[in-house]
Design a protein around this ligand. Structure first.
Ligand SMILES: [Zn+2]
Length: 327
């Protein structure tokens, strides 16, 4: 039995494109300590540094200054990558670690919903995106735990979610995990309340809440993974720093999409519109459109074209960062 913590975030209609991209990182509880140590170590931009502490006073790096240390203690968001040297370097170091890990300890699942093809009216006219999000959030967790961990009777210990608009929605967080638990007798959910986490860990440092400050690191990592994937898939931004960071993940994402099995997964939904499904079945179906879409074979698919052209702009710098990812 694997005891797993899940960290979730989403991108809703990036750059007004009709997509909902959801992402979850799955980490076994026994691995969390070592992953955190590694993520925090990446924050120190001195390559000789072996450990990192949030407080400057306990920084083991002799050449560090308070100003530098503060800069490295920043929040890492894909959206804010522009013109922030430290953020970009830390994000790249994190992604490098993620690739080196190769799904051994850090597994993730991305689910991309094409909102154009989905009959959004099914979900109600108010807060449509959030309703769709809630529905597919369960698909994401269920698919992730069942696909990424081969053991039987796995347990989801806690679900951490980026603190955002979801919190305010009436269906979230109380009902969703309870519903998932009823739908899925093949795994257990220990804590059925979603734990909302601020993606700026410095908020927790003020109150000395080290546990949430640590979970916030993984929430920031989900944000970076999601940001990179949306950038590559939809070419959402023209900002060079974002393209550079996203480009570093092109190979990794492509491998996940092309291989039958890989310890992470990317899924797209739906392949067909309701009209296409009805047409192919050549009869009028009274079935609920979403059930129909979900039960149609091949409607979830694994490969899509990445719209962002290969970014070569800063290749000289890139080489230094990604040398060790090839082996
Ligand atoms: Zn320092």
């Amino acid at each position: 039995m694997a005891e797993v913590n899940v960290y979730c975030d989403e991108v809703i209609r990036p750059n007004k494109k009709d997509f909902l991209i959801m992402g979850s990182i799955f980490i076994e509880e026994r691995d969390i300590k070592s992953i955190l140590k590694e993520l925090l170590k990446c924050r120190c931009l001195n390559p000789k540094c072996k450990v990192w502490h949030y407080e400057f006073e306990s920084c083991p790096n002799k050449t560090c200054t308070e100003k530098l240390h503060k800069k490295n203690n920043t929040s890492i968001h894909f959206y804010d990558l522009r013109q922030n040297k430290e953020r970009k370097k830390i994000a790249l170091a994190w992604l490098n670690y993620l690739k080196r890990d190769y799904g051994k300890k850090i597994k993730f699942k991305l689910l991309v919903i094409d909102l154009k093809k989905l009959q959004c009216s099914y979900f109600g006219n108010n807060k449509t995106d959030v309703n769709i999000y809630n529905r597919f959030f369960r698909t994401l967790l269920k698919g992730g735990i069942n696909y990424l961990f081969c053991n039987q009777h796995n347990a989801i210990m806690n679900v951490y979610h980026d603190e955002g608009s979801q919190k305010k929605h009436e269906y979230f967080p109380e009902l969703n995990l309870k519903k998932l638990s009823i739908e899925s007798p093949d795994f257990t959910i220990h804590n059925k309340n979603i734990i909302f986490v601020n993606s700026d860990h410095r908020e927790y440092l003020k109150n000395n809440d080290m546990e949430l400050a640590n979970h916030s690191q993984v929430i920031q990592l989900v944000d970076i993974i999601l940001g990179c994937f949306s950038q590559l898939l939809l070419n959402t931004s023209n900002i060079e720093d974002k393209k550079e960071v996203a480009e570093s993940m092109r190979d990794y994402f492509t491998k996940i999409m092309n291989y039958g099995y890989f310890p992470s997964s990317i899924n797209f939904f739906p392949k067909y519109t309701i009209e296409q499904i009805k047409e192919s079945k050549q009869r009028t179906l009274r079935q609920d459109p979403l059930d129909l879409a979900l039960s149609t074979k091949g409607n979830f698919y694994k490969e899509a074209n990445l719209e962002m052209p290969v970014f070569l702009g800063k290749q000289k710098n890139l080489r230094g960062w990604f040398n060790d990812t090839e082996n």
